[in-house]
Design a protein around this ligand. Structure first.
Ligand code: GDP
Length: 299
């Protein structure tokens, strides 16, 4: 036996080294993948998406090792796969006079700013726009909408602080119909600390809108702040269930590390994503492009 061992020494050493090598590498790979999974989850992409990426990498043929570029390209493909079906432009139906868009979301997410950006965009397309300041709870919200109205040459229907939101929206819609306005953008309240009151108010707004036009509201857009990460996810749960959300706009995607949350939300809800906010300026609203988003997130 000793002779045999000696004779085959190099072979066995090679084999042994090879086996050790494979196992070491496998172990390392598994650990690396686990580490990578944590990184993906910490980037708010969601557990499902992280798992899909890890699974794709695990099944991939990376016998010769895996590079950061390999990982990035799998990440990019998975993000694009999730987001491509939800990237849909906001379509204003010209047969609706007006096309009624209800803007909902928690205070501070960028609702009023997004209304300003949208009204500027629609005006540039030659559409007539009217704004309804139905966040009657906050004087600042009413004033801010008026500023956007002036800036974009748009009529703002507003009332006193504390006025009945549903009544105000009813009046605004009646006037918009009379004037043949193309788009009515309705700013709503977003104080989540009184969730039941808020949701009741939103349902009441929807009810009075339907009294005048049973096809309205034509869009209920939930505005989400990307910087709030997982909070944005729970806001979708609440508003979708209670306010009949038809689409999303995500703001503040400029300079946040938490943009991955849009992927997690889309994987879970598959709601149309119409646009993204990338700054405070009037032109900082972009149509949502899944491929570009995936490329940007994969770096
Ligand atoms: P609302 O309470 O939901 O109506 O939120 P506002 O429209 O008042 O926005 C809250 C703050 O977020 C303001 O300072 C906005 O200028 C800012 N904001 C809105 N959208 C964006 C965005 O896309 N990027 C950045 N950086 N800031 C934004």
């Amino acid at each position: 036996f000793s002779r045999l061992k000696q004779g085959l020494g190099k072979t066995s050493a090679k084999l042994s080294d090879g086996i050790t090598g494979i196992f070491t590498r496998k172990k390392l790979e598994a650990a690396t993948l686990e580490e990578l999974e944590d990184v993906l989850i910490e980037a708010d992409l969601g557990v499902g998406t992280a798992e899909n990426i890890i699974e794709t990498l695990r099944k991939g043929r990376y016998e010769k090792g895996i590079s950061a570029d390999d990982v990035r390209s799998v990440l990019q493909a998975e993000v694009a796969r999730v987001l491509t079906p939800v990237a849909k432009p906001l379509v204003i139906d010209a047969t609706h006079k007006p096309h009624v868009v209800l803007m909902v979301g928690v205070n501070g997410t960028g609702k009023t700013t997004t209304i300003g950006k949208l009204s500027s965009k629609f005006r540039a397309e030659g559409k007539s726009v009217m704004l309804a300041a139905a966040d009657t709870f906050r004087a600042a919200a009413i004033d801010q909408l008026k500023v956007w109205g002036e800036r974009t040459g748009t009529t703002v229907i507003s009332g006193a602080v504390g006025a009945d939101a549903a009544g105000l929206v009813y009046d605004a819609l009646a006037r918009a119909r009379q004037e043949g306005v193309d788009v009515l953008l309705v700013d709503t309240a977003g104080r989540l600390q009184n969730k039941e009151g808020l949701m009741d108010e939103l349902s009441k707004v929807v009810r009075v809108v339907r009294k005048l036009d049973d096809s309205a509201p034509h869009d209920v857009l939930l505005v989400l702040d990307a910087t709030t990460g997982q909070n944005a996810m729970s806001q979708v749960d609440v508003f979708r269930q209670r306010a009949g959300v038809t689409g999303l706009i995500m703001t503040k995607l400029d300079g946040t590390a938490r943009g991955g949350i849009l992927v997690a939300i889309s994987a879970k809800h598959a709601l149309p994503v119409h646009a993204i906010g990338v700054g405070e300026g009037v032109n900082d609203l972009q149509p949502f492009d899944a491929g570009e988003f995936a490329r940007a997130i994969a770096g």
